[in-house]
Design a binder for this molecule. Structure first.
Ligand SMILES: NC(=O)c1ccc[n+]([C@@H]2O[C@H](COP(=O)([O-])OP(=O)(O)OC[C@H]3O[C@@H](n4cnc5c(N)ncnc54)[C@H](O)[C@@H]3O)[C@@H](O)[C@H]2O)c1
Ligand SMILES: [Zn+2]
Length: 363
């Protein structure tokens, strides 16, 4: 089992990565002294796949497991679901020592973490991510939230888990489209921080897509290490360090918003196109050379992610990137690539540049 430490003083925790480690949850959790009664938040599909295995692992160590099933979609990240959960946890929590386990993808993790952050002004929680995206990204760093109709993640906080348990073998059940979505974030880590990771993806993408266990363990470990280091330096996303993680996300989020009702692009797919847009903007601004920009686009294509905008209104994408609430005092903020492994923040990029790149990559 690999162990990566997120260093945050008294809020420090480990990310544990290995094969079949769900079955070791009882032992791992017992060592944390978080309680004896697990409230496992999950959805029907994930419960069907791993619920029983987790229950046995916990009860073997004298931990009771109470399952709370939520909807299998972004709709679960709502105030309504959160308050319903809190009510049921409170009714169950009589004379017990409860803690929360998030068993699922990023949706479950964000929701369960949010509920844990407010129930009794903070109840310990554990991340058990079951998608590649959740293992390499959303389960690490303590950003927990639910959505409001006007925007995603509008009600939330920073609340760190007590441990992240990433069982690589659960990814064998994940649909290929979800694997690719997670790979977009892995490519992102390569571009922002790690040339070697990027080169590994270039040389081993076929193994990765075939879910070769060593290749998957490698990319999950390296990606988790990069995220852990950035979070350790900038827990509350205030120093500009953590913002590198937004490479590809300015246009990515705008594409997600624009395709909201059609569900045409999932998060990783939208970020993939956003990374192509950022690389092309970097090239036009002469901070990235043409061969590096070409390699970024080629790798995205090789893993089967989209590199072009199809069937969406470019005006709507442009408008939504301006409405991102994160830009206080500037019209936009992009993470641009300087080389593979190095990025910089740029604000107030001119409208004609953005519009022209969007046009260039749309079909
Ligand atoms: N907190 C953060 O820092 C952060 C970062 C990135 C994304 N997010 C959030 O993460 C969410 C997206 O997460 P996601 O991409 O994991 O989506 P998701 O949670 O919706 O999971 C994708 C699908 O995979 C299914 N699934 C999960 N594990 C499975 C398995 N092992 N086998 C088969 N099916 C499985 C789920 O039931 C779901 O249908 C978004 O809400 C996004 O805002 C949060
Ligand atoms: Zn992302």
């Amino acid at each position: 089992m690999k162990k990566i430490r997120v260093r945050l003083g008294i809020r420090s925790y480990d990310i544990l990565i290995g094969h079949g480690i769900i079955s070791q949850c009882g032992r791992i959790i017992t060592g944390l002294s978080v309680g004896n009664d697990a409230i496992v938040v999950t959805n029907k599909r994930v419960f069907g796949l791993f619920g029983n295995q987790l229950k046995i692992a916990l009860t073997d160590y004298g931990i009771s497991a109470h399952f709370e099933i939520v909807a299998d979609s972004e709709k679960a990240k709502s105030q309504k679901t959160a308050s319903g959960l809190i009510g049921r946890i409170s009714a169950y929590d009589k004379g017990k020592r409860v803690f929360v386990v998030a068993l699922g993808g990023g949706v479950t993790g964000d929701l369960a973490g949010f509920v844990a952050s407010v129930y009794k002004r903070g109840t310990p929680y554990i991340q058990l991510p079951t998608t590649l995206l959740a293992q390499v990204d959303s389960s690490i760093g303590g950003k927990v939230a639910v959505d409001l109709p006007e925007a995603k993640n509008l009600v939330g906080s920073f609340y760190q888990p007590r441990v992240v348990i990433s069982d690589i073998s659960v990814l064998n059940k994940l649909p290929a489209r979800q694997i690719r979505s997670g790979l977009a974030e892995v490519i992102k880590y390569g571009v922002i921080k790690d040339r070697k990771l990027f080169e590994f993806m270039e040389s081993s993408y076929e193994k990765i897509l075939a879910l070769d266990s060593r290749a998957i363990e490698h990319i999950v470990s390296v990606s988790s290490g990069i995220k852990a280091a950035l979070v350790s330096l900038d827990e509350l996303d205030k120093k500009g360090v953590r913002s590198a993680l937004n490479f590809g996300h300015t246009i990515g989020h705008a594409i997600e918003t624009a395709s909201e009702y059609s569900g045409r692009y999932n998060h990783g797919e939208a970020v993939a196109i956003g990374m192509v847009a950022s690389a092309r903007m970097s090239l036009r601004l002469k901070i990235l050379d043409i061969s590096a920009a070409g390699r970024i686009e080629a790798l995205i294509k090789k893993v089967g992610l989209p590199t072009r905008i199809r069937g969406l209104d470019l005006k709507r994408i442009y408008a939504s990137h301006l409405h991102d609430k994160k830009f206080i005092g500037s019209s936009n903020r992009f993470i641009l690539a300087r080389a593979i492994g190095s990025v910089k923040v740029a604000e107030d990029l001119p409208a004609p540049l953005i519009k022209s790149v969007l046009k260039e990559i749309s079909e």
